[in-house]
Write a protein that binds this ligand. Structure first.
Ligand SMILES: Cc1cc2nc3c(=O)[nH]c(=O)nc-3n(C[C@H](O)[C@H](O)[C@H](O)COP(=O)(O)OP(=O)(O)OC[C@H]3O[C@@H](n4cnc5c(N)ncnc54)[C@H](O)[C@@H]3O)c2cc1C
Ligand code: SF4
Length: 489
């Protein structure tokens, strides 16, 4: 019997991580295998099963958090898996990678520590795979209608899985040589081991989804032809245009976009190269940027045995606790130490320099990058504060400044009659439709740079819109609309 006062008596206990030094010796996930199961039922029992569960509303998927917490607390893993998989196609990804806005909105978090919702989700997801609760679900009958999905990131995959299960013959086209989008070539294996992605793709194949890799739609295959040959087409091409840093020295050898660096590191893990052609080994590295991509560069550079790593974040150091202007239940901007920062060591802010703006890069005698000039960023306009400029010797600079718009897809955009909104994303209506009749846009391509949980939610919602377009009605769930956003005040 679960302890109904556990929220009061049981302290929060997050999943145990391996020792940072051990982690740096390999590329495996940072968490200790099997460490979750002994604690997770007690942690789930901390859930108060609130009448108005804000966690559920803060999750873009509308995950039924209190339901599965209660089921896990009562050791009913099969029912918990059924409840979780009813709203989330890929909980093994969100359970590892989601920033968990649900936990910020947990009622316990008003004056205590939130339930470890993300950990419970992951425990259910992993147990579902081990126990066969997440088996392939091929459709009982086919509709005879064909759908093309362009892009195989989490948005395209979620859309394809929903549409295949609804009976539509669905083909996913991917310009890269492997399926997965940023799950494959952005996020490093120490945060998501790729066999988990391969397993999900195998499951989708078993259900009937067809995958075609190495096909850049718009270039290798005209998008309007593909639209003609299909009954509907979903554009889920991501937001892959990297923001640049227009400062002197940007074109020097040794200055790279972070995503190129991470892609190569992921390709080493896939066995494409013995070593990365752009490795941090023995080099002094500067990472420009403060988000997930920058943290992934840090963890990768440390594993490649960089001589030194510094990270510039243009924002001031966030407060340690929720600020008054970011009250519960919003997901607040607070100081966070990622696993990569934990690995970087014990200095006050680790390798991070906050409120740092890059002024330029300098070449050495060989013409390659030798130093970066930076200064304190003024609050407000973020321009360099006069008199604060400094120089740091570096041999490798990684630009992790975010992404804007679908990039390199001009042909596809033109062929499908799509338009670009003022923020550089692909325009769509409230039903996800954009451009020619029967064309729909989902994921980062329409929303802009976002999160996996939003990509899956959009994939599910666009599948419902496509199904309605094809059959005049749908039973598929639509957890979000294109105009929905995170909880704000
Ligand atoms: C380094 C990094 C770390 C991140 N970490 C996290 C994290 O920890 N948690 C989190 O929630 N989010 C994280 N994100 C964000 C998250 O990965 C994205 O929001 C998510 O992947 C978007 O999904 P998507 O399906 O819209 O696009 P993507 O994952 O970008 O997939 C789009 C796919 O479309 C393909 N494509 C593009 N054009 C064409 C074409 N013409 N023809 C065929 N295929 C095409 C691309 O090759 C790509 O595979 C991270 C992002 C990066 C870059
Ligand atoms: S997907 Fe993210 S927001 Fe939703 S329940 Fe899981 S961790 Fe929370």
């Amino acid at each position: 019997m679960a302890d109904r006062m556990a929220f009061f008596t049981t302290p929060r206990c997050p999943r145990e991580r391996r020792d940072p030094q051990e982690r740096l010796g390999d590329h495996r996930e940072v968490y200790r295998e099997g460490a979750l199961l002994p604690v997770v039922a007690d942690q789930a029992a901390r859930c108060m099963d609130c009448g108005l569960p804000f966690c559920h509303h803060a999750c873009p998927l509308g995950n039924l958090v209190p339901d599965w917490n209660t089921l896990v607390a009562h050791d009913d893993w099969r029912a918990a898996a059924a409840r979780l998989l009813a709203t989330n196609n890929f909980p093994e990804f969100t359970g590892r990678l989601c920033p968990a806005p649900c936990e910020s909105a947990c009622v316990l978090a008003i004056d205590a520590e939130a339930v470890t919702i993300k950990n419970v989700e992951l425990a259910i997801a992993d147990r579902a795979w081990e126990s066969g609760y997440d088996a392939p679900q091929p459709p009982e009958r086919l509709t005879g209608l064909r759908v093309a999905v362009v892009g195989s990131g989490p948005a395209g995959l979620a859309a394809a899985q929903q549409l295949t299960r609804a009976g539509h013959t669905t083909t996913v086209y991917e310009r890269a040589d492997r399926i997965g989008g940023l799950l494959r070539y952005g996020i490093p294996p120490f945060r998501l081991e790729k066999h988990r992605l391969d397993r999900r793709i195998d499951q989708m194949r078993a259900e009937g989804t067809v995958f075609r890799t190495g096909v850049a739609v718009g270039r290798d295959l005209p998008a309007d032809d593909l639209r003609e040959r299909s009954d509907a087409l979903v554009v889920a091409v991501g937001a892959t245009r990297c923001r640049d840093l227009p400062v002197p020295g940007r074109r020097l050898s040794g200055v790279h976009q972070a995503i190129s660096y991470l892609t190569l590191a992921n390709r080493v893990d896939e066995g494409d190269y013995p070593d990365s052609p752009v490795s941090a080994e023995g080099r002094r590295v500067v990472i420009v940027g403060g988000g997930d991509t920058a943290a992934d560069c840090l963890g990768t550079a440390l594993r490649q045995r960089a001589a030194a790593v510094t990270q510039f974040d243009i924002n001031p150091r966030p407060p340690g606790r929720r600020a008054a202007d970011q009250p519960w239940p919003v997901h607040p901007k607070v100081y966070r130490e990622t696993t990569s920062h934990e690995e970087a060591g014990d200095a006050a802010d680790g390798p991070r320099v906050f409120a740092a703006t890059t002024v330029g890069f300098e070449a050495g005698a060989d013409g390659r990058l030798a130093a970066v000039r930076f200064a304190e960023a003024r609050r407000g306009d973020r321009r360099p504060r006069p008199g604060t400029e400094r120089t740091l010797p570096v041999d490798l600079a990684l630009l992790a400044l975010g992404f804007s718009g679908p990039g390199h897809n001009g042909a596809l955009v033109g062929q499908l009659g799509l338009s670009v909104d003022p923020r550089g994303n692909l325009a769509r209506g409230e039903d996800f439709a954009g451009g020619a009749d029967g064309v729909f846009v989902a994921g980062d391509a329409g929303r802009g740079q976002s999160l996996i949980v939003w990509a899956i939610a959009e994939g599910r919602a666009v599948a419902a819109a496509v199904d309605r377009h094809l059959r005049g009605r749908t039973e598929l769930p639509a957890p979000v609309a294109p105009s929905d956003g995170p909880l704000t005040v």
